[in-house]
Design a protein around this ligand. Structure first.
Ligand SMILES: Cc1cc2nc3c(=O)[nH]c(=O)nc-3n(C[C@H](O)[C@H](O)[C@H](O)COP(=O)(O)OP(=O)(O)OC[C@H]3O[C@@H](n4cnc5c(N)ncnc54)[C@H](O)[C@@H]3O)c2cc1C
Length: 491
């Protein structure tokens, strides 16, 4: 048992030595353990189980290659990986260890959680800078490991089963708010949240086989998914999409085009919304839409980057699909029912966008207040003028109010209660408040607000997207008018 204790110590998880001891786990059976066994013997931390499973896999490989080896290796052997991969893993594991699953995190209050996430954010930024790197990959990995997929309470899916922590939208909101508040803007947040809620239809409607095939790879950061929903000729009227999946033996043949497909430059998977029955042949506009999760086969899909205003660390693209074969096994749920499946992730996504906009707005507001305290004109700080103070005070109040609405929406969602109105309202208010604060920060800086040096112009560009996507303000207002105020549908 001492050997196991030493091995655990080398891996930095010596606190579990007693679990192995009490369950008589020694090196003779270690390689037979799987993740569930580890959990059963008392390794409750997801991050630690992952670390142990990697080390056990390494041991298995060594055994396979040298069956006669009688004693454990002197140090936990590493699978040869690129430095980039190792670094990425390190960040990921650090995040899950710190925030997700350690005994420490159990007794953390939200303020501590904020500090830890902030530390993570700084560490990730450093790493990404060092590798001249792509934010989405590093950040997204870490967050997926931590959160996996949030409550899929539309059915009995258990996100923890597939590597997630099963935390709720409230926790995800705290995290995303923190990520947004430190200068990375939507570049940082989108990089994280895209894979946080986007694959939700898999969790909600995928078969057990599909979940087992897809989710662990997403959680482990091995697959990256993009979302092909929006089409140039359909816009917000999703029922008017034209990308068509024709039934052929064994699957479907797809032709069509999408626009604004984020991360398609780097993704190896795509969640694709198609028509399988033409709009004209359907009883209801929402019928005849089918959703797939499949390989992004670049021999059949052309991807063209769209130059844009902000959020530049995450690529946006127009994609053209020409004869993509999708096996039937890659269809999510029933043919023709896809429209209802995408609705599942809308409210969480709106809540997250809201808190991100709020975080960016608060970041801008902090910078504005600092500048107003320090900049002296007419022999006094500009912040001594009410004309400067009052708009900033207003920004603070609107941002705080939007935060309360977002938290209310998150609470409702996490408690299985209807939250459509609140989630939409939070997205509307958060985006407006964030946008207004960012503009006021520019105004407060005067001419220097226009300079890149103070970053407020960037925050303004970053936050703008939250007013436009994934749904515009007009459509939210129409939703509230119709669903809350019972006014006639206007479109
Ligand atoms: C940076 C970025 C990333 C994105 N990422 C993705 C992605 O990964 N995957 C994806 O599928 N999509 C993505 N999108 C698309 C995004 O969801 C859409 O741009 C958004 O839903 C708006 O659609 P649209 O641009 O076609 O607007 P349109 O539908 O063309 O609308 C234009 C304007 O008209 C208004 N309008 C339209 N109809 C009405 C009406 N009846 N009443 C009042 N006003 C109306 C709208 O509110 C809007 O102001 C992304 C967009 C951006 C900008």
């Amino acid at each position: 048992m001492q050997q196991i204790a030493d091995w655990l110590k080398r891996l930095g998880v010596e606190q579990y030595a007693h679990c192995f001891d009490e369950n008589d786990v020694d090196f003779s059976i270690l390689c037979d353990l799987n993740d569930q066994d580890l959990e059963k013997i008392g390794v409750v931390s997801l991050g630690h189980r992952r670390k142990l499973m990697r080390a056990i896999t390494d041991l298995r490989n060594i055994e396979k290659n040298a069956p006669a080896a009688a004693s454990p290796p002197a140090a936990a052997p590493a699978v040869p990986r690129s430095p980039d991969f190792a670094e990425r893993r390190q960040v990921t594991v650090m995040f899950s260890d710190l925030v997700g699953s350690t005994a420490l995190s159990v007794c953390m209050d939200p303020e501590d959680l904020r500090e830890v996430i902030s530390a993570y954010q700084n560490r990730v930024s450093e790493t990404v800078r060092r590798f001249n790197g792509f934010v989405a990959k590093y950040m997204g990995d870490g967050v997926l490991v931590y959160f996996g997929y949030p409550h899929a309470h539309e059915d009995d899916a258990e996100p923890e089963e597939y590597g997630g922590s099963g935390l709720g939208v409230a926790e995800a909101s705290i995290m995303m708010h923190e990520v947004a508040s430190h200068g990375g803007g939507m570049s940082a947040t989108s990089a994280v949240h895209i894979n946080l809620f986007g694959p939700h239809p898999i969790v909600v409607k995928g078969t057990a086989e599909q979940k087992a095939r897809w989710v662990p790879r997403l959680v482990a950061g091995e697959d990256q998914c993009c979302f092909g929903f929006t089409e140039p000729d359909a816009g917000l009227n999703t029922t008017r999409i034209k990308t068509f999946a024709q039934k052929v033996p064994g699957g479907y043949l797809v032709h069509g085009q999408k626009v604004w497909t984020s991360t398609a430059q780097v993704a190896n998977k795509i969640m694709l919304l198609t028509r399988t029955t033409r709009y004209e042949d359907c009883a209801r506009p929402t019928d005849g839409i089918t959703i797939f999760y499949t390989d992004l086969d670049r021999s059949k899909i052309d991807v063209h980057r769209i130059p844009k205003m902000g959020r530049k660390a995450v690529d946006s693209n127009a994609i053209f699909i020409d004869g993509l074969f999708i096996p039937e096994s890659d269809r999510i749920g029933e043919e023709g029912k896809g429209f209802s499946y995408i609705l599942h992730s809308l409210n969480p996504e709106r809540i997250l966008i809201a808190v991100e906009a709020i975080g960016i707005g608060q970041d801008a507001l902090r910078r504005a207040a600092k500048y107003a305290r320090e900049r002296v004109v007419f022999d006094r700080p500009i912040g001594q003028n009410q004309g400067i103070q009052h708009p900033l005070a207003e920004n603070w109040m609107y941002l705080e109010s939007a935060w309360q609405m977002a938290m209310r929406a998150a609470w409702l969602y996490d408690h299985d209660k209807p939250c459509g109105a609140e989630a939409n309202a939070a997205k509307f208010l958060g985006a407006r408040a964030g946008h207004d604060a960012a503009w006021q920060a520019i105004a407060t800086h005067g001419g220097f607000g226009y300079a890149k040096e103070y970053h407020v112009e960037r925050l303004f560009r970053e936050v703008s997207i939250t007013r436009l996507a994934p749904i515009t303000e007009q459509l939210i207002l129409s939703f509230i008018a119709e669903k809350v105020l019972d006014l006639p549908k206007s479109y």
